[in-house]
Design a protein around this ligand. Sequence first.
Ligand SMILES: Nc1ncnc2c1ncn2[C@@H]1O[C@H](COP(=O)(O)OP(=O)(O)OP(=O)(O)O)[C@@H](O)[C@H]1O
Length: 445
Amino acid sequence: MPASLVVWVLSALLLVGVLTQRWWEPRLAERGIPVRRWPWRWWLVGYPACALRIFSSWRRVALLNGLSVSVAPSQRVIGRDLVVQGQALRPRPPRLSWPVPTATGLTLRVLLHPGQTPGPYFAAAHAMEHAWHVHGVRVTSPRRGQVLIHVTALDPLTDNAPAVRPPAQGLLKAHVGRTEDGEPWEIDLRRVPHWLITGATQSGKSSLLAALVLDLAPQPVALVGIDCKGGMELGLFGRRLSALAIDRAQAVSLLLGVVDEIHERMRVCREAGKRSVWELPEEERPVPLVVLVDELAELYLTDGSRQSKDEAEQCGTLLLRVAQIGAALAVHLVVAGQRVGSDIGSRVTALRAQLGGRVAHRSHDEASAEMTLGDINPDAVIAAQNITEDEQGVAVVATGGRWVRARSRLVSLTEAADIARTAPPADPFLTRSAAVTFKEGGIAA
Ligand SMILES: Nc1ncnc2c1ncn2[C@@H]1O[C@H](COP(=O)(O)OP(=O)(O)OP(=O)(O)O)[C@@H](O)[C@H]1O
């Protein structure tokens, strides 16, 4: 068969495959055949159209947003002391690189004119979104003299089908969903030891905790839960949790056990002359401990009685201690709640400051998004406020000044039942008292 005929047949098959993708993709998924999202439609049709729109409008976009500069000066001296000022002629837009396609859009590199800073490009991102009719534009400046324009053509988070997701590689790492760049959303507790998850009711906080547990469950990591909503959410993970506190009195005893364990780990490090458990030889290193809290506010609510005030006060102090000293001792805190303001109790704002990883789901009011992300990035607050009721599981994730939109993975009841049957690591605690407290703290293995 002549080679040209083979090429024609293959091209025709490819074209038919692309055009009928919407038909065959769900049918394969129904039969349990893993479907990788091939963005062919985007590469063959969307990408050239989007690139054409960007190049045809770039001159106007750059001019209207103050990104163009004129080679001719806008001021001129005539004679000895007459300064003529006027509109510079033929402003030149900055040079755009070839658009590199990505799974969800494309990326362009811009070389700044001498004297320009990335600031006006950051400010123009919104104008670019409208000019190019795309879902989102994010501008970064990873190298001096250059900016990168990341264009996301369509919102990849609208589809809530569980993407084929390889588990994260490495201790204390979990793939809990996907980001809008098409990358896995990874929570790495060694890099960012403590996390705060907020959102209105039914926005997806507990589902995110479940996705985290799903990936941590097969790892040699001890998980303990505090779920003062009667253990309805974290109780699903049954014996995989080394302990579960389902009311505040149990939470106090469990947190006392965690603090005891922290002190014991400190003693071990001190005697070995190390500053963190990660410096200990692997066989002597204690098992990492992750404390999951579902609905923080329940720990701080009081009915006005002396006892409830004391318990709330104690919970606040203990959580703060865990957050302040736990990281180097492989004790991690993941806290979920609807609000994290000073209005729910004392020391909540101090606790919030210790939780470096932030996840904000849809919120009822601006203040809640502001509490979670305001000290990280004002743009992230706006992005979180734009999450709608239908976008359950969609959140803005921020760490160390950087942020991205992401959607958690929905964990099914069958997967939760599988987790519940997984055995926790044997003897994860150095202190007998911690183990006993965990047993007395609530439902324990
Ligand atoms: N990633 C997701 N994709 C699709 N749907 C989701 C996702 N996450 C959550 N949901 C849906 O949202 C519902 C509520 O989720 P979840 O219980 O996690 O919310 P929550 O914020 O913990 O609510 P509450 O504060 O009332 O406990 C779930 O029953 C599920 O149907």
